[in-house]
Design a protein around this ligand. Structure first.
Ligand code: FE2
Length: 481
């Protein structure tokens, strides 16, 4: 007589198979966070054997406790969670329908992006040319972490050359995923492509490891104008608009699709701040920007568009050093052609030094001054001289940058590999009713005193004189109660 297994036996067998396959499945990459919006985020990881993909997520207060499953069997797991609450922390775990592999603890968390325009403080980690996998990169990483114990970064911007030597999948594994696992699982990463990354990837066809590994906002999923490519893109986070360009693989001659998109994108944003990041710097001595054709092209072709679009801060790598400029506008030739009119503020931009850089109005004002920072020093140091005339701070030290943007001020710090701050600067955007120069919450006599002490070129005529005082007092008296 033939016998059949009972339902209980089948269930037991399935559970055994399930647990067995779960036990055999190992995460070999990630999890890592990508593309956050106010109501969504993408979580990715890699396993050594194919499974379906499940993310469990919950708010600490228990108001949300659910999961999302993608049924396809894969080793490259990409799960986008939707219908999330804005600017809200979540705990998450990843695995498959067989169960959790990792997470469901404080070490696996994400926070959704704030609504565009929100003025809540934003913290950004900026690391350039980090992809060496060497102790130097680890020291820079740990110095960044030691300087953010008070508050973790919301975003991580990579300035290119993220995975030496050729940007292969293996290079990304050992230079990115094996070096920064804790940051990757808690911080949304937005990379730009460097020339070394481009050895293995191709921007025109969006193929290769760079495009396989990262999920980036090619359709303006997080704000901005759709670029149609992951090679360059933009996104909003709170009241900051971020623009990522590709100077390694994508045509950036005048009229090229990327520059046309850039003009449109900058013209469309209504955010308070605009930060651009990409690999090749327009001004540098680390690679000589008077000699290197690729840097000359960036300066001649891209910098004018960025400045006309009111970009406040430009972040670049490629040179393995730290170089940070004055507040500039209109310098597109060789370094010897720099004139005082192109330096809108010749100070160091420090409130404890020459005074913060003052930009005259809130929001985006064309050609109102841009600070350029080269920070390709997160993985190694190379170069000889650091004397470029647009730079007010040049450091031959390993390090990275931390940006804090809150309301009308942007504070930037350069942190070296020993954890010390080796440069800092502040940009303040004023409005007629918020000339709080000393940042004490009031507009009063003490602000006037600071104004006279720091002597900003309020009317942007390249000198500090009576007309600046008059312009300042006009706004001070007429604009502010
Ligand atoms: Fe490079």
């Amino acid at each position: 007589m033939r016998t059949y297994p009972t339902n209980a036996a089948i269930a037991a067998t399935l559970m055994f198979v399930s647990n067995a396959s779960l036990a055999q499945t190992t995460i070999t990459r990630g999890p890592y966070l990508q593309l956050s919006t106010p109501d969504s985020i993408t979580i990715r990881w890699r396993t050594d054997s194919p499974t379906d993909s499940r993310v469990w997520y919950r708010t600490p207060d228990g108001s949300t406790d659910t999961s999302h499953t993608e049924p396809a069997l894969t080793t490259e797991h990409i799960v986008t969670l939707t219908d999330l609450a804005p600017d809200t922390p979540y705990i998450y775990a990843v695995g498959s329908s067989a169960g959790i592999i990792v997470g469901d603890d404080e070490d696996h968390r994400f926070t959704t992006a704030p609504e565009p325009g929100s003025t809540r403080p934003v913290r950004v980690w900026v690391a350039g040319d980090s992809g060496t996998g060497q102790q130097s990169a680890i020291d820079v990483r740990d110095s960044f972490l030691a300087n953010t114990t008070d508050r973790a970064a919301d975003l991580w911007l990579m300035l290119g050359d993220n995975a030496y030597v050729i940007g292969s999948d293996y290079d990304h594994q050992i230079k990115l995923f094996d070096i920064y696992p804790s940051i990757l699982r808690n911080t949304v990463l937005y990379p730009s492509i460097g020339n070394h990354d481009a050895f293995s990837s191709d921007s025109p066809t969006q193929t290769g490891p760079y495009f396989d590994i990262f999920t980036l906002p090619d359709q303006a999923q997080a704000g901005g104008i759709p670029s149609g490519t992951e090679a360059y893109y933009s996104f909003d986070f709170a009241h900051v608009h971020f623009v990522c360009l590709d100077t390694s693989e994508t045509d950036h001659t005048p009229g090229s699709p990327m520059l046309q998109w850039l003009e449109s994108d900058l013209a469309s944003t209504a955010q308070d701040w605009v930060i651009a990041f990409f690999h090749h710097p327009p001004y540098s001595d680390g690679h000589d920007s008077d000699m290197a054709d690729d840097l000359i092209a960036v300066r001649e072709q891209i910098a004018p568009v960025l400045e006309a679009g009111g970009v406040d801060l430009v972040l670049n790598g490629h040179s393995h050093s730290y170089e940070r400029s004055f507040l500039l506008n209109g310098h597109y030739g060789l370094s010897e052609t720099l004139t005082p009119e192109m330096v809108l503020d010749p100070g160091d931009g420090r409130e404890d030094g020459d005074g913060a850089y003052i930009k005259p109005n809130p929001g985006i004002v064309p050609n109102s001054g841009t600070v350029y920072a080269v920070a390709g020093n997160a993985g190694q140091l190379t170069g000889l001289k650091l004397e470029h005339p647009v730079m007010t701070a040049s450091r031959f030290e390993l390090g990275s940058m931390i940006l804090d943007i809150s309301a009308n001020r942007l504070d930037a710090r350069s942190i070296n590999d020993q954890g010390a701050i080796n440069d800092h600067f502040t940009i303040i955007k004023t409005s007629p009713c918020a000339i709080d120069l000393n940042n004490d919450g009031d507009t009063d006599f003490f602000d006037l005193a600071q104004f006279l002490q720091t002597q900003p070129d309020w009317n942007n005529d390249t000198s500090f004189d009576f007309f600046d005082i008059n312009a300042y007092l006009t706004e001070f008296v007429e604009g502010c109660p």
